[in-house]
Unconditional design. Sequence first.
Length: 416
Amino acid sequence: MGRAPCCEKVGLKRGRWTAEEDERLMKYIQHNGEGSWRSLPKNAGLLRCGKSCRLRWLNYLRKDLKRGNISADEENLIIKLHNTLGNRWSLIAGHLPGRTDNEIKNYWNSHLSRRIESFIRRPSSSNSQSLPIIMDIAKLNGDQKQKGGRTSRATSTKKKNKPNILKSTRDRKASAEKENALAYMANQEKNMVMSNNNLVMSSSIIPPMQQNIEGEEEMTSAIMNMDPLSSERESVVLCRSEEDRERKEEVILVLGPIDEAAAADMMIMSFPSSNDANGNIIFENGVTSSNGLLSCTDYTDENGFMGFNDERESGVNTNIKTTTTSGDDQVSLSTCNGGSSSSQNENGEWYFTNSTTITSSSSSNNMTHSSLEDELGVCDWDNWVGGILESNNLLWEEFVGDDMMLNCWLGGENQW
DNA sequence: AAACGATCCAACCGCCTGAGG
DNA sequence: CCCTCAGGCGGTTGGATCGTT
């Protein structure tokens, strides 16, 4: 039997709060303070559930709430924090004075998740094919004429061809059929060269265009350039879970078009892929660059083991080349050299540190970073950050600098 | 102007945790 | 140790909004 409800709900009002209710609640809390939510409605003369009163106060009536749109700085911070903390909205909100967890959650779901997920997408199918694929990502992502419907407030004055991913269950269902059709079209047109984004994909394991009608985050586009220096290696594998790891032969890091905001970013990913005979973790790495095009490779070699015991001082060395292009023209060639090593603190927690150098042929903006970590494993946003491995659960390593990001994570338990 | 339908946000819901008896 | 309760959290959704046709 479930818990009793927090209050007797019969006869209680629901839905939007009126100005009069707001005033009653505010006056009551001003005189009596917060807390005792269960008894508050009765004492304040409100026909509301205590929980509802609490929510209304915390999310709307509090004096210290910040009004207005999320600023660019706040947005950047949300993205960075989400990378580190995941969907722990209250924790994220704690870093943004005046913003509520609900507000941030909504903002993430309606604005940011799409931007982020348009950057990294993965296919649903295990089938592979070796045909080069050239396709029009812009078309896939809704560059066609919109058939009615409201344009996002946030994006109405910005780019409109964002993919519909990570929506609510309801919204996903509503658009699954449409996206499925688009994916089918893409499959039919895979050998066409389209304008705008002339994305040339060549890989031995480009997956077919398939769409899951259930509307999970699915691939509607794919791009993969194998690093010619790593032709014998597997393609980049995005391991978000044990399941992905098991499927790594088929899971490819898929990168879609990137909007203006994301175009400033370069993302480097490093993640554990498998164990060697000694149980050491083999890391794989990938680089995604921006401007709509990128190339990726993974790298593991005899040094690419992350040890947890005596191997702690070994590390991961990466040499990743990424080509960034804009439109038809190649504009830069970057080389990323990275290293990673681990250590243990007195509590037995594992710390990981990283260093990476990005060298770009297109500018003198060569950057070198080395890792830093605070006691919480939370980012110093201007530097590399080491994450903490706890109980074989989750590791996040993250760097967000001027234009780079590195994420490193382990999946669920019992992987190692 | 009306209809459509995508989008968004306030509010709700269920679950979890910790405190206290 | 068990139960109840309050508070808190993250996921979900109802319905208002508003751009497009």
